[in-house]
Design a protein around this ligand. Sequence first.
Ligand code: URA
Length: 442
Amino acid sequence: MFVPGLIERKRERGALTADEWRGLLAAYAEGRVPDYQISALLMACFLNGLTREELPGLLDGMMGEGGHLDFGRLGRPVVDKHSTGGVGDKVSLVLAPLVAACGVAVPMMSGRGLGHTGGTLDKLESIPGFDTQRSLEATMAQVERVGCAMIGQTPEIAPVDKKLYALRDVTATVESIPLIAASIMSKKLSEGLTGLVLDVKLGSGAFITDAARSRELAETMIRLGEDRGCRTVALLTAMDRPLGRACGNALEVEESVEALKGGGPDDLREVTLAEGVEMLMLAGRTDRGAARRELEEALAGGRAARKFQEIIEAQGGNPAVVDDPAVLPQAKQVEVYAAPRAGTVLEVAPRPIGRAIVQMGGGRQKVDDVVDPTVGFVISARPGQRVAKGEPLASIYARHDEDVRVARAALDQAVRIGEGAASPLPLVAARMTVTGTEPVAA
Ligand code: URA
């Protein structure tokens, strides 16, 4: 294999064959191709894209000789969801136990916070004792016994993606539709799923802020999933404001528990139910209305909250968190943020909020940073709301005065108050499948 020739072909907008991708990435996994050549190749892919025919070859190469989960012997549908990431996006914490409580197997493999967005693993790890680093065997056994496991990527799953992702992170080659699609789907397709729901975020807080490109990303992932026999549906959901009120790891767990008990903010409940209906339909339900009622009953009747307790217990965490949020680590300081003027809340921008959480210690600025689970915000201000000067709009949870200052500056930037009408994006804008896109009724 002559690697400079392959790089040159991508540079000149040509395509590699599936065999070439497989051979090249296998050699990379074994340390026979250096990072600098793969970096050059990634940049050529970033700039010139991949042809539709070429992408499955890259996907195979990323999955490499990695391990996978196999739930064949369960004899029931196995469904997961994946979000492209946002601020306050705690849907996975509610959805996985909820759908498992309805009898569907959910082997949920999630990630950590990335950039300004939070990560499900960091949120779960704010529950004392909760272990997200489980082996494939332990995960399979737990899914068989409890119906759900909530874990991080194991070393065996899509090992080449892991190496490539680390390289992309430091070579400015993350925001590429084919590279993101192959990376996400290499992990999801290793989970042995029969169905997958994608939550593709739209708006200023999403990684890809251009709506047309978000749709292209959704289409690309749907095609990769369907071609591998995994039925794949995408919902396009709003990330032009934080989802729910709580933003920050332990605070989001507390809000998720409220939602699992049938309460919590309306927008969180709505997105969770919309994705839950899709998951149940992929699992074989035939009536969307009945699927929604099934989910609502699991929330109201306490089965979803009990399932979360079972999952926490199975993974070494303290299940008392479901009855008593005081079990979660608590912030040293709590301060109120009041409206600096009267008017209409025109915007609550997610990015300054997400960035402030990272700065306050709730995310990582370096790979080895230790996350403080206690910090963050509970923001009650919603776009469209009329507010009086001095009215409380948010609570700040911080470690010390300096972080409170960072948080106040972020809220000054994020919460825009003025005159006129707010124009938030629809919460769930569209549903995409392999056959096309349909709007979702408000
Ligand atoms: N998440 C992933 O797993 N991969 C990407 O490339 C981007 C987000």
